[in-house]
Structures are given as C-alpha cells and as structure tokens.
Design a protein around this ligand. Structure first.
Ligand code: MV4
Length: 447
C-alpha cells in the first residue's frame, strides 16, 4: 500500500480524498494556489505545498509544479480528483515516467476514451449499442451532409475530442447542416485543437443514465448500479440519484452487463463511469466513458455501502477487487443536490464571496461534502460548486422529503446560492413523479 499520496486538486473532493487516506493510514500532501492559502484542503492534509498563482493554469493545471511537489514530498502516488488534470493522459503518462502511481486508468485508456469517435467504434466492435451514426471521422461539411442524409434528420454533430456539450450541435434539417457543422467544428478547433467530428442520430428527450464501474489490474470488472443525472442545466448537473426511476430490474441488469462489457472492451482499470442515453422506449446507447471519479460518486456510495475513493486507492496499489458482481447490492434511494455560489436570477452567474455565518444540516441519512466553513471567502478563480448535500433513505419519496428538510436547514449567510432553485425542483410535480429527461430544466423553467 502507498505510504503517502499527493492530492492534485482542491475543494470538497480534495477533502474527501484526504479523509479516505487518513482512514487508511496513508499520509497526505495537499497542493494549493496562492488564492487557496485558507482553503480547508490545505489545512487538513499532513503537508501542504504552494504550487503557484491563483489561475488554475499556473497551479492546479501546472503538471511540472505538481510533479515537483510530488517528488519533493516523497509521495508515491497522486490522486487527481475530478476536473483539472484528472483526464489528462499526458499527466498520467508523466506520472508513470516519474515512477509515481497515477490513481486512475492507464494513460492509453484515458487517451483512447478521450476521443469519443474512437470510443464509439471500440464499443460498437465489442457489441455495445451505440447511437446510429458515422463510423469514420468527418472533417468536411459536404462529406458530413451526405452522411447526415443517410442517418436521417434530426442529427447531432459532435467533436471527436468534445464532451460536456462543447463542439456539439443539433441539426434539424439539411438546410441547417452546413452552418451548424462549421460552427461546431470551429468551436472544436478552438477548444480542443482538433476539428475531427462525428455525426449521430439525435435522440429526443433522453435520460442521462450512467453506471459506476470498478476494474482491477487482473481483468476483473464489476458495476455498482446506475445514477440518473438527467436534471442538468447547460451540461451542468444539478441533481443526481440512484437508483433511476426509469429502470426496472431487467433493464438494470442488461445495462449493467453492457457497462461491464464496455469497461472490459476499453481495457479499463480503476473507477470509471459508463454514460448512456436512455430513450423513451427503453433503448439505451453508449455515449462516453468518464475516466475519473465523479462529483456524484457519493450517491453510489450511499446505496452500495462502498467507499469509492478507497477502492480507487486499493486498485491503484495493485490489490484485486474484493467484490464479485453478486456481492454488490443496491439498497434504498440516494440523492445529491449540488449547491453552487451562483445567482439563479442573473442567469446563474457565479457569485463568490464571504460566508459570514453558516449552519449545515445533519442527522440520519444526510451527508454533506464541502470544503467551506464559517468566515471562509470563496475565491473567484474556480468552480462555483461549494457543497454537495446528499440524502439517503428507503424510498425515492422519503429521500426527497429528507432532502427538502435538509435544504431548508442550510444557512449560508452573505452568499447568493442556487439553494432556492434546487428546493423548487424538489417540489416540481414532474420531478416528483420521476418523469425527468435531459430537457427537464429547459422545458420546466425555460432556461
Ligand atoms: C446526444 C444527445 C442526443 N442525441 N447525442 C450532451 C453532452 C455529451 N456528453 C453528449 N450529449 C448529448 N448527446 C445524441 N445522439 C443529447 C445530449 C445531451 C445531453 C446528454 C446527457 C446529459 C445532458 C444532456 C443535455 C443536452 C444534450
């Protein structure tokens, strides 16, 4: 097992990882930027190293600084958390060269799955259902239009190196193809330095269902059930839950088996997420693999009783999975609400500031993951997510009631947050009935 782990991240995920390490008897090294001198992660870790200026490119994204801090501190592994360098194959590869264990999949897997067009082909070849679409990369609008005619409108044009909604356009008909293709491609070149595109049939009103998987270094892979992440706004998830109200036992078993097949087809190791779109008729399609621990991992922890960060560390240290698929059971219902320092009245503009006073809920079945404290000033340089409120109970209804009660208790004085907006969703009739899809926020709230 590792003696010391450097956490290449900040905020609540860094705190989450530090706690897991401490429970396992592993020493921790935090890295922090000049804007994060007072950040909780820097105070909780056994050691803390300042790695540069506030801007992420000068600190949390600076590979050299982070690798130097790792070597200087004598850490034997790096946990990247999510965001920042977590899905950077070059960073994972540099860690390997420096004989530092990167806690995540091998660089080759990160790179291969980072190309969504290539991932799609790998999955199709392995018998994983993919959305009908192009098999070869598309770089030219005229070529794309011919392929879109074959697929049939509406289609979706996507950047091969995209994800999270960037470099992506819905095209409703032939007339609109060229302009949309060009603008998506320009966005791709600007954002990812590559204009390779692919085209898929557009799936209307899908649900976003993702399966958590774990794979060890010895060919064992299991899934830990699904999360329904359909409640999102502009590709930012707002509420996640497990299990999904849309799955029955049979669909869950089939999608879970497909997720494991997808993991094996990619040569996956460590914790990962297989994203699917589920259409209104119960057809599901592979979309992407996220090669990192995710924000919403706690939802799966609540329903399975596992600690995903500890599992990641054990797998990276070369331990075989301690569970077989039949050892995993999903019990009860878990939900996560993301609290962001942002103004729902002003188009969700980030609103960093000082927390003058704070009260957090607790009690039976409530979990809070956060790195803020009373008197803390949220710096303006990073993500606006400041807290995850999770609730766990026996049923979806009871979990929603628990979540409402918990959100009602939160006091974050001095800050503007999306708390009221989130509370409103928990009172929405469609949400309560479980009738949700990825267009829920735009159709219910017109945004
Ligand atoms: C789609 C789609 C419908 N049809 N692909 C959004 C981000 C990226 N991961 C892929 N996305 C989508 N791809 C086809 N062929 C709808 C979306 C989509 C979406 C997916 C998951 C969660 C939220 C979403 C919001 C809008 C669009």
């Amino acid at each position: 097992m590792f003696q010391k782990i450097l956490i290449a991240n900040r905020g609540e995920i860094a705190v989450r990882i530090i706690r897991a390490c401490r429970e396992m008897g592993i020493r921790t090294v935090a890295v922090y930027s000049e804007a994060d001198r007072d950040a909780l992660h820097a105070q909780l870790a056994d050691e803390a190293v300042c790695i540069g200026k506030a801007q992420a490119s000068d600190s949390y994204l600076n590979m050299e600084r982070i690798l130097s801090a790792t070597v200087a501190s004598g850490a034997d592994a790096v946990h990247p958390g999510f965001g920042f360098l977590s899905e950077n194959s070059k960073f994972a590869s540099l860690c390997e060269k420096c004989k530092i264990m990167f806690i995540g999949p091998p660089p080759e897997v990160i790179e291969k799955m980072g190309n969504k067009s290539e991932a799609r082909n790998t999955m199709a070849a392995a018998g994983v259902p993919v959305i009908p679409g192009t098999k070869q990369p598309v770089t030219d609008a005229a070529q794309g239009m011919a392929l879109a005619d074959e697929i049939g409108y509406p289609v979706m044009v996507k950047a091969a190196l995209g994800g999270g909604g960037k470099g992506m356009r819905v095209v409703n008909g032939r007339d609109a193809f060229e302009a949309n293709f060009q603008s998506a491609q320009m966005e791709a070149v600007k954002g990812f330095g590559d204009g390779t595109m692919y085209i898929e049939k557009y799936i209307e009103h899908p649900r976003h269902i993702e399966f958590q998987i774990l794979a060890d270094n010895y060919g064992n892979a299991i899934h830990l059930g699904e999360r329904d992440c359909s409640i999102q706004r502009r590709h930012q998830k707002l509420i996640e839950e497990s299990p999904s109200a849309a799955l029955n036992e049979d669909l869950r078993r089939r999608m879970g088996e497909t997720a494991v097949r997808a993991a094996k087809a990619s040569g996956y190791r460590n914790a990962g997420t297989i994203e699917f779109l589920l259409d209104s008729r119960g057809n599901y399609y592979f979309m992407e693999i996220n090669t990192r621990i995710q924000v919403e991992h706690g939802v799966t922890e609540l329903v399975t009783g596992l600690d995903l960060i500890k599992e990641q560390i054990r797998i990276a240290a070369g331990e075989p999975l301690a569970y077989k698929q039949e050892d995993i059971s999903v019990r009860g219902h878990a939900m996560e609400v993301r609290i962001n320092a942002e103004d729902a009245e002003r188009n969700f503009a980030p609103c960093p500031g000082k927390i003058e006073a704070m009260h957090l809920p607790g009690g039976n079945g409530i979990r809070i993951d956060t790195a803020v404290y009373g008197g803390y000033t949220i710096p303006p340089f990073y993500d606006s997510m400041i807290m995850k409120v999770m609730a766990y109970s026996g049923s979806r209804e009871e979990t929603i009631q628990k979540m409402r009660s918990a959100l009602g208790e939160v006091v974050l004085e001095g800050l503007v947050t999306n708390l009221d907006f989130q509370y409103g969703i928990l009172e929405n009739e469609r949400f309560l009935s479980g009738d949700i899809d990825t267009d829920f926020i735009s159709s219910e709230y017109g945004m």
